[in-house]
Write a protein that binds this ligand. Structure first.
Ligand SMILES: *[C@@H]1O[C@H](CO)[C@@H](O)[C@H](O)[C@H]1NC(C)=O
Ligand SMILES: *[C@@H]1O[C@H](CO)[C@@H](O)[C@H](O)[C@H]1NC(C)=O
Ligand SMILES: [Ca+2]
Length: 225
């Protein structure tokens, strides 16, 4: 029995490390907890630019919550997308530096697409909500470097942990892609409309390595509007 368990956990452990195609699937975060999350895996250790795109919907969250949390040993908020309590405010963090984009049309109970781009060459960050660009803001010109832990569903205050139930995500999320360059405006617009765009070369929803910790469920997507 013990041997069987070891064998099974070995198989399950293996399957978590194999990239999976999540097209047509979404992640469901059905409870407010300080532990349930999804960890995404990349072997990259140096990024001079980033684009993160995702589609999400949440139902009742009028408090702060995390949408995408990338930490390295040197910076817990190395790349963080954080919805702030006042409706319309979305904060981005790069290399622990943050700024809030105000007046964003982020709504309850509706699928929305959100992309955040950053480039160390210019230091500029921009947010694209449903294909509409924000202003560009100056953040950081230093690369993100070191082993990365990427978490969906919780916000990392420390490398791989330090979760706060009051910053957890409750809702659905799909189509998470990450690129190591700034996606062109045409591709950002196409992403928001589910047209053609290049798959993420750092994280690709159609071939993604992940592990689920706690109650997060993979379900069929329900054709977001
Ligand atoms: C920063 O990233 C860019 C693009 O990946 C790379 O060309 C450059 O060498 C990196 N700089 C450092 C100091 O690692
Ligand atoms: C955007 O999507 C349309 C429809 O799929 C496609 O024809 C077009 O080439 C895409 N744009 C870019 C820049 O790839
Ligand atoms: Ca926190």
């Amino acid at each position: 029995m013990a041997l069987l368990c070891i064998f099974l956990s070995f198989i399950l452990g293996m399957s978590a490390a194999v990239p999976q195609d999540l097209s047509g699937k979404m992640l469901v975060f059905p409870q407010e907890t300080s532990s349930a999350h999804v960890r995404l895996t990349t072997s990259r250790q140096n990024l001079g630019a980033v684009t993160v795109c995702q589609r999400s919907v949440f139902s009742e969250l009028t408090r702060d919550f995390s949408l995408f949390s990338l930490a390295t040993p040197s910076a817990a908020n190395d790349f963080l997308i954080f919805k702030k309590a006042p409706s319309g405010d979305i904060s981005a963090y790069v290399r622990d530096l943050s700024s809030t984009f105000k007046g964003q049309d982020y709504q309850l109970n509706r699928w929305q697409s959100l992309c955040v781009t950053w480039d160390a060459a210019s230091g500029l960050v921009q947010l694209w909500l449903d294909g509409k660009p924000s202003i560009m803001k100056y953040f950081s010109t230093s690369n993100i470097s070191g082993p990365m832990i990427i978490v969906l569903g919780q916000e990392q205050d420390t490398y791989g942990g330090g979760f706060d139930i009051k910053q957890s995500f409750v809702g659905m999320m799909t189509d998470v892609h990450v690129w190591d360059y700034v996606l062109s405006p045409h591709h950002l617009d196409n992403y928001s409309q589910r047209f053609n765009f290049p798959e993420g070369n750092i994280l690709n929803w159609r071939s993604i390595e992940f592990s689920i910790i706690g109650r997060v469920l993979v379900q069929n997507e329900q054709h977001p509007n």
